[in-house]
Design a protein around this ligand. Structure first.
Ligand code: SF4
Length: 369
């Protein structure tokens, strides 16, 4: 077993250090008779230096080091397998959690940044018709430690794959710069863990990611939205729309029956972040389902007076299904209709399509899990 596997190996009796905020870590220091200031050193060791055993860092008092070594493991997660796209160098990872259940995450390199798409649940309860994860049903929520653990594992992978960075023309010190909660699961079905993970990821003594570089995608879970906004009122959101006609959206995304789109939009309009930065809307285009000119016009009516950016995503293939993506002419006609109405709009082709890592394609089979 390699050293990373040993350190990240799950010890069920141990808590994961990656689930601690800096305040939690400070309290642990005090409990061990040390100054809370050591929490900063521990955070630097874990997140800046990628150290596997932060308690072994010079300067950490002996009792604190031994308490942490005995009570904590680093992640409890491990990379089960990885699959790299031949076309865009994105990498899909199958991650094994402490209880042996599995999730997927996708690393997506671009010109000057690396985005990690993280999972927030094992499976998903929302059952959107175009999504492979939705067919799994929900097994359980991930903890904050399991969410941060994905980022830690991905950064560790990057640090040991200089050839991957070199091939992409990225500097050797480049690490994950952006995080999107668009992997497996509905993040707002698990808002406390997602909110805590964001607090850890933005900590100045840790990864120090800017909040605007973290996006939480939602199908429109309004209870969860309220709960996340209590923790992070300025969180950046990406709203999945997929049809502006209420009855059709309920068929595509059953969550719409509980929280109709119009109620969601009315709430989002009043958020300070909408007024300051605008709102990102995602619209998966499905041939013959939601791609007509009427659909484009209804979408324009829905966002009338709002500051929005609309990403159109051609449907990605998800195994046996009657659903398909519109042809290029239809995609462009839909886009142009929205553009002429004065909105920012672009067609986004998902990365990692050849490795099943694109939007809506993430899934762990029952056999694997
Ligand atoms: S699209 Fe998102 S919310 Fe819908 S089933 Fe898939 S993972 Fe769940």
């Amino acid at each position: 077993m390699d050293v990373l596997a040993q350190i990240t190996e799950s010890k069920p009796e141990s808590a994961s250090f990656l689930g601690l905020t800096i305040e939690d870590a400070g309290q642990l220091c005090v409990k061990s008779g040390a100054s809370p200031i050591h929490a900063r050193d521990l955070f630097r060791a874990v997140y800046k230096d990628n150290q596997l055993k932060p308690w072994e860092r010079p300067g950490i008092p002996k009792k604190l080091a031994s308490d942490l070594a005995n009570g904590f493991q680093l992640t409890g997660l491990r990379i089960h397998s990885e699959n790299q796209s031949r076309y865009d160098s994105s990498v899909k990872f199958l991650i094994e959690l402490g209880d042996k259940s599995q999730v997927e995450m996708v690393l997506m390199p671009e010109a000057k940044r690396i985005t990690l798409c993280v999972s927030s649940q094992v499976g998903c309860a929302q059952a959107c018709i175009f999504c492979h994860t939705g067919r799994m049903g929900l097994t359980r929520n991930l903890s904050a430690a399991e969410i941060v653990g994905q980022v830690w594992l991905a950064n560790h992978w990057i640090s040991t794959h200089g050839d991957w960075l070199l091939k992409l023309g990225l500097p050797a010190h480049q690490r994950i710069s952006n995080i999107v909660f668009m992997g497996m699961g509905e993040p707002l079905d698990n808002p406390e863990a997602v909110g805590k993970a964001i607090s850890i990821l933005i900590d100045p003594f840790g990864y120090n990611l800017a909040k605007r570089k973290i996006s939480v995608s939602t199908a429109g879970h309004m209870d969860g939205l309220d709960r996340l906004l209590r923790l992070h009122p300025d969180v950046r959101l990406a709203i999945s729309v997929h049809s502006a006609f209420d009855h059709e959206r309920s068929k595509i995304m059953p969550i719409n029956r509980r929280w109709p789109l119009k109620d969601l939009i009315a709430k989002l309009k009043d958020l300070p972040t909408h007024k300051e930065n605008g709102l990102l809307l995602q619209y998966t285009l499905i041939a013959g389902v939601n791609d007509s000119t009427d659909h484009a016009r209804e979408l324009i009516r829905l966002v009338d007076g709002m500051n929005v950016k609309i990403n159109l995503i051609p449907l990605n293939p998800v195994g046996p299904s009657r659903l398909s993506s519109p042809n290029v002419d239809r995609l462009e006609a839909f886009r142009d209709e929205i553009y002429r109405a004065g909105h920012r709009v672009m067609v986004r082709y998902s990365k990692g399509q050849d490795i099943g890592g694109a939007c809506g394609q993430l899934v762990v089979s029952q056999k694997d899990a």
